[in-house]
Design a protein around this ligand. Structure first.
Ligand code: TMP
Ligand code: ASP
Length: 250
């Protein structure tokens, strides 16, 4: 058998071609980066944990009527996905103020937002993933106005589903980042991953601001016990079976 053809290597994942042009294989790495790769490290077992959490959450979202790129997970660190063209937009949904929102606005860490905030960022490492205005998104032709509306609506719908799910795990979904792609029919599918690398997740049984962190902030802020935080998210997520819910309207 020929060696698999590597199509792209990112900071946390590698994308391979398969025999089917409509299907790609994602390999989840243990490598961790933060602050646009200025901080680098490795989190033992992270690849398998993030692959398992993402697979579970993609299946949950599919059961709730959200179309995703997920097909299956043939090995612990591998996910087969539908081939899509990734839109160069990072869609961040925030329920509670943290991270760059606090740094850029002065809003205090932990402030519950009156309604979820959807922020678009330009996915471009050289430019440091800058925050976009809706007008700049259109100016740069990163998406059409209709696609941007769809991304916003889908992100809010996903936020409702995931917030409720994490609540049932005793975890608060503070904020998270999504990426979307277009399939051959120009349909918008949820892509990339949803994991402690891409979400802020706070353990509801801890009140201490450092102890409650179960996500990549443990790595970003050198809080220690990173693997344990990720593993606890996985254990709690897998303990919640997926109940098919049918499409939800906003
Ligand atoms: P921020 O507060 O740093 O803007 O991050 C918001 C959310 O997006 C947080 O859950 C972490 C996630 N995120 C990524 O997944 N990738 C990134 O490159 C950045 C900056 C944030
Ligand atoms: N994933 C981004 C990076 O490496 C940033 C982050 O998650 O903090 O650089």
């Amino acid at each position: 058998m020929n060696a698999p053809v590597k199509l792209y290597e990112g900071k946390a994942k590698i994308l391979y071609a398969t025999d089917d042009p409509g299907v790609l294989l994602t390999y989840f790495k243990d490598d961790a980066t933060a602050f646009n790769a200025q901080k680098r490290g490795s989190i033992t077992g992270k690849g398998a944990i993030n692959c398992a959490i993402s697979s579970h959450l993609f299946q949950l979202l599919e059961a709730e009527g959200i179309t995703t790129h997920w097909i299956d997970s043939p090995a612990p660190t591998e996910m087969r996905v539908k081939a899509v063209k990734i839109l160069p937009i990072e869609v961040v949904v925030r329920n509670i103020a943290a991270g760059s929102l606090c740094q850029q606005t002065g809003i205090a860490l932990g402030t519950v937002l009156a309604e979820p905030l959807v922020d678009f960022y330009y996915k471009n490492d050289e430019l440091g993933d800058p925050l976009l205005t809706p007008q700049r998104l259109l100016l740069m032709e990163l998406a059409t106005a209709e696609q941007a509306d769809t991304l916003r609506l889908k992100a809010l719908q996903i936020n409702e589903i995931l917030s409720e799910f994490f609540q049932s795990c005793g975890i608060t979904l503070v904020d998270f980042k999504l990426e979307f792609g277009l399939d051959a029919a120009q349909q918008i599918l949820l892509a990339d991953e949803i994991s402690p690398d891409t979400c802020r997740l706070w353990n509801q049984s801890e009140t201490d601001p450092a102890r409650r962190v179960m996500d990549k902030d443990r790595f970003r802020q050198d809080l220690g016990d990173i693997e344990a935080g990720y593993q606890q998210v996985l254990d709690r997520v897998l303990a919640q079976p997926i109940q098919p819910g049918g499409e939800r309207m906003l």
